[in-house]
Write a protein that binds this ligand. Structure first.
Ligand SMILES: Nc1ncnc2c1ncn2[C@@H]1O[C@H](COP(=O)(O)OP(=O)(O)O)[C@@H](O)[C@H]1O
Ligand SMILES: C=C(OP(=O)(O)O)C(=O)O
Ligand SMILES: [Ca+2]
Ligand SMILES: [Mn+2]
Length: 649
């Protein structure tokens, strides 16, 4: 560089000074030019600069747009709404005339039209955010949902709204010619009927509501890891939180799979922030969750509890999988080193998610599975764990899964530090974490396994009389499966505030579509064919009923599960517990022997026996409705199953 490092020249003539000044100006010009070449200004205003921050892959959205338009179409109008997938990039208008001209030159006809029609509500194009990435969904949630916050772990905390649990009494199934003979209707069934016309009315209500919104979110994903039993599910929703929830819970498609997605096999319209009209037939509240197998659609009105969507998919699977000869299971599932698979059946809150997360055994799934001739497969792509009382020491895998991408529903956190206090149930007892299965350190992906070797039926006995573990005979296995006894623990369903005894057939009656004996007979056949061992584990109370006794320690329940897996319990000595005729092991490593027979933990034996007899009579009363076999087992088979239940004199 000329002159920059030279020593200052001696002062001479005016002409020489002028020449030097000229040289300095030239040097400065050179410098400025150098700086500008290294950092040339590339935008003429801040907005343009921001538009340079993001790149976008050029893709052909024509098919997706057509498919979304079909989904959002009213049943009574010919054409679908004009859908725009994401906000068109060039809606941004630079201020400087030069950049503005360039931007205008790039505009498509669609965008030019949008500029004209944006203000007209009737012609408003529907902007659909289709399969947004997790960071994008975070940003949308933070921007548009006042109850969204990032907590210290990186998870997204949110509120589900007025409803913080499922509303099983508001579920409706359309009675349709093709499926009505298959569906379990009437007493004890979760399927309250609805006619097609009312379904369409509610569907229109949801679709019209969704189409008026400024932003719609659609997630397309799969249910079923077995590619031969995989269903394309589309979720249309108003809240970024709901889209992220289903992104976590369904199986996430690859970019290519998404490109070729086409029309879905089943669509969920979640208009949850908008109520059902109570004057509509069949409505008993302003909440309605309606399934039509003919239309392959589910409509949600009047509840924003996200669990409705995942259990909606499960209800659908509970219909279609058995039709294909595949047993659907409300169970968790993991696999040992030798490929031995264990199922954990159980109603909400009994420990499926907690116990299937096991450092020794890769996780296949925590809640919904299918069992075909090829083995088991997870239906979902994520887990939905209860967060109340969560502690890293007790449940490290679940605790550590709560990070960026995880949704935390209805939890309470410190305003400043953003640390979550999992012990607080100020909003609900049913606080939840939803995360993709990859967040579990030892998840087995793809989430499939062989035929189960052990089947654990979990119950949470609030009477405190059932043993912490019992080995079941084949008939007992059917009896306890069909009975589906547990205590509903507060929170997961609306209106349940303290544990109440409940019988939920197949440990998931609320989600069954066929009569329970359909699933029971399929299970019996598979248990027989593959020689699975069946166990009953009580993760509930002992030493007295709820309020008096205490809950079995998680550490002890885990020791029992380990003893099943090590083969210890298969070889143990057993004694028979009276009334229920259950085979109870005399010893289990890591568990104090006195807790194995609950009578030993009660202060008053007479009280124990009275309570035991009372529970036995509840079992017997409940089973009456299954005595005819329900059309899927013969009355003789039903009475053999019944004979293995408790005996009440
Ligand atoms: N002995 C026990 N076994 C299993 N879970 C227990 C036990 N004691 C307390 N818990 C708690 O009960 C809850 C079980 O819930 P979860 O595993 O989510 O049930 P599910 O998946 O069946 O709905 C967890 O919050 C867990 O910490
Ligand atoms: C989400 C649910 O599942 P679970 O409680 O079995 O985990 C539910 O029953 O609402
Ligand atoms: Ca459940
Ligand atoms: Mn669970």
């Amino acid at each position: 560089m000329p002159g920059v490092n030279n020593p200052p020249p001696p002062i001479t003539t005016a002409a020489a000074q002028q020449k030097m000044a000229q040289e300095r100006r030239e040097d400065a010009g050179d410098l400025r030019r150098l700086v500008n070449e290294a950092h040339p200004p590339r935008a003429s205003d801040l907005a343009e600069l921001q538009s340079l921050q993001k790149t976008r892959k050029d893709r052909d959205d024509t098919d997706t747009t057509a498919s979304l338009s079909e989904t959002l179409k009213s049943k009574s109008r010919e054409a679908g709404p004009r859908v725009v997938v994401r906000e068109p990039k060039h809606l941004y208008m630079p201020q400087s005339p030069r950049s503005r001209a360039a931007a205008e030159a790039e505009q498509t006809d669609l965008i030019k039209e949008m500029f004209h029609e944006m203000g007209d509500i009737g012609l408003k194009p529907v902007v659909v955010y289709h399969n947004l990435s997790v960071p994008e969904l975070y940003e949308h949630a933070l921007k548009y949902e006042p109850s969204s916050h990032i907590v210290a772990s990186g998870a997204l905390a949110t509120l589900s709204g007025a409803k913080t649990g499922r509303s099983p009494k508001d579920k409706r199934v359309v009675r349709e010619p093709d499926s009505e003979a298959d569906i379990w209707w009437g007493t004890g069934s979760p399927n309250y009927e609805m006619d097609e016309r009312t379904f369409i009315l509610n569907r229109e209500r949801a679709v019209d509501y969704l189409n008026t919104l400024d932003r719609l979110y659609v997630f397309d994903g799969y249910a079923g890891w077995d590619t031969q039993a995989r269903f394309k599910i589309r979720v249309v929703c108003a809240r970024p939180y709901h889209a992220l929830f289903m992104h976590n819970m369904l199986i996430r498609p690859t970019e290519d799979e998404l490109h070729d997605f086409g029309l879905p096999d089943f669509t969920i319209y979640n208009g949850g922030a908008f109520p059902a009209n109570r004057y509509t037939s069949y409505m008993t509240s302003s909440t309605s969750i309606d399934v039509s197998l003919k239309h392959k659609e589910m409509v949600i009105l009047g509840t924003q509890y996200a669990g409705e969507m995942k259990k909606g998919v499960f209800s659908l699977m509970n219909y279609v999988l058995p039709k294909m000869g595949i047993l659907s299971l409300h169970s968790g599932c993991n696999e040992g080193k030798d490929g031995d698979v264990t199922l954990f059946f159980g109603l909400s809150g009994t420990g499926k998610t907690t116990l299937s997360a096991d450092p020794q055994r890769p996780l296949i799934g925590d809640d919904e599975h299918g069992w075909s001739d090829r083995g088991v497969f997870n239906i979902e792509g994520g887990c939905y764990a209860k967060a109340i009382g969560l502690k890293q020491e007790n449940e490290p895998y679940i605790f550590d899964a709560i990070k960026f991408g995880t949704i935390l529903e209805n939890v309470v956190f410190d305003e400043e530090t953003r640390h979550v206090d999992y012990d607080v149930s100020a909003i609900t007892e049913n606080t939840r974490a939803s995360y993709p299965i990859e967040h579990i350190e030892n998840a087995k992906i793809p989430c499939v396994g062989g035929h189960p070797k052990n089947i654990i039926m979990l119950c949470c006995d609030a009477f405190g009389v059932l043993p912490p573990v019992a080995k079941l005979t084949k008939e007992q296995a059917m009896y306890y499966f069909v009975s589906g006894y547990t205590a509903k623990v507060a929170g997961t369903e609306q209106g349940v505030t303290e544990p109440e005894a409940t019988f939920s057939a197949c440990f998931g009656s609320a989600f069954l579509m066929w009569h329970p004996t359909k699933y029971a007979s399929m299970l019996a056949e598979k248990v027989e064919k593959y020689g699975a061992h069946v166990w009953l584990i009580n993760t509930g109370w002992t030493g007295g009923p709820y309020g008096v006794g205490y809950r079995f320690k998680l550490r002890h329940t885990r020791a029992i599960v380990n003893a099943i897996h090590s083969g210890e319990l298969g070889a143990a000595e057993y004694e028979t517990m009276p009334t229920f005729n259950l085979q109870v092991p005399k010893e289990v490593s890591g568990v104090p022997s006195e807790v194995l027979l609950p009578v030993n933990c009660w202060a008053d034996t007479e009280n124990y026996n009275k309570t035991l007899t009372h529970l036995a009579s509840l079992f017997t009363k409940n089973f009456v409705k299954f005595q005819d076999g329900g059309g899927h087992v013969t009355p003789e088979e039903a009475s053999a199953i019944l004979a293995s239940g408790p005996t009440v004199e």
